[in-house]
Design a binder for this molecule. Structure first.
Ligand SMILES: [Zn+2]
Length: 194
C-alpha cells in the first residue's frame, strides 16, 4: 500500500488513495476513478494554488518596493528611486503614490545644466528641469517657472532669456557654444510643450 492524496475526478473531493491500485471508488460520491488521474488532478489543482500564492507574494513585494524607493529618494539616489517607483508601476500601473512620486522626481531632474562666467567674479550655473529654470550664482539664486519664460535667444555662446514675471532679461555668457545651444534648444522644447 502507498497512500497519497488525490482529488476525485467526479466530485472534486480530496481523498486518500492507494497509489498501487489502478482504480478506486470515491468515498464521497461513490463514483469509480482511475487512481493516476485522481492524483494528477490533485497535483494540477495544487499548482494553481501555488500560483495564487505567488500573486499574494507580489502584492507584499509592492510594499517593499515602495519602502526601498522612498529610502533611495530620501538619500537622494534619484535614479535608483525612480527605478523602484517604476518597478511598482510595472506590477500595479494605478499605484497613485508611485505615480505621483515619478512625476515629482521627473520635475526635479535637470534636463540641462550649464556653467557660466559673468564678469570676473560672478560665476554660476543655469539648471533646467521640466518645471523651472534656476539661475544660481555666488550673489543670488533665482528660480523661474517655465511658464514665466517668454523665449530664449542665443548669439554664439551668449544666452538672453526673456522672463515675463518678473519682467527681466537674463544675459548669460556661457563660454561654450555647444552648451549654450543645448540649453537654448532644451528651454525652447519645454516652452513649446507648455
Ligand atoms: Zn467523488
Amino acid at each position: 500500500m502507498s497512500i497519497v492524496v488525490a482529488k476525485c475526478t467526479q466530485c472534486g473531493a480530496n481523498i486518500n488513495v492507494d497509489a498501487t491500485k489502478e482504480a478506486s471508488v470515491c468515498e464521497y460520491c461513490g463514483v469509480a476513478f482511475i487512481t493516476e488521474k485522481a492524483i494528477n488532478y490533485y497535483n494540477t489543482t495544487n499548482t494553481i494554488n501555488i500560483s495564487n500564492a505567488t500573486i499574494n507574494m507580489m502584492s507584499v513585494n509592492v510594499d517593499n518596493l515602495l519602502i526601498r524607493a522612498k529610502e533611495y529618494e530620501h538619500s537622494n539616489e534619484i535614479e535608483k528611486a525612480l527605478e523602484y517607483y517604476n518597478k511598482i508601476l510595472d506590477v500595479d500601473a494605478t499605484h497613485s503614490d508611485a505615480r505621483e512620486s515619478v512625476e515629482r522626481i521627473k520635475n526635479t531632474i535637470p534636463i540641462c545644466s550649464i556653467s557660466f562666467l559673468s564678469g570676473l567674479f560672478n560665476s554660476g550655473d543655469l539648471i533646467l528641469t521640466r518645471k523651472n529654470l534656476t539661475y544660481q550664482s555666488k550673489k543670488k539664486t533665482e528660480v523661474y517657472p517655465i511658464e514665466t519664460i517668454k523665449n530664449v535667444k542665443r548669439l554664439d555662446a551668449r544666452l538672453w532669456v526673456t522672463i515675463i514675471e518678473p519682467a527681466i532679461k537674463l544675459n548669460i555668457p556661457v563660454g561654450n557654444i555647444q552648451e549654450a545651444a543645448a540649453m537654448e534648444e532644451a528651454i525652447n522644447n519645454l516652452i513649446r510643450e507648455k
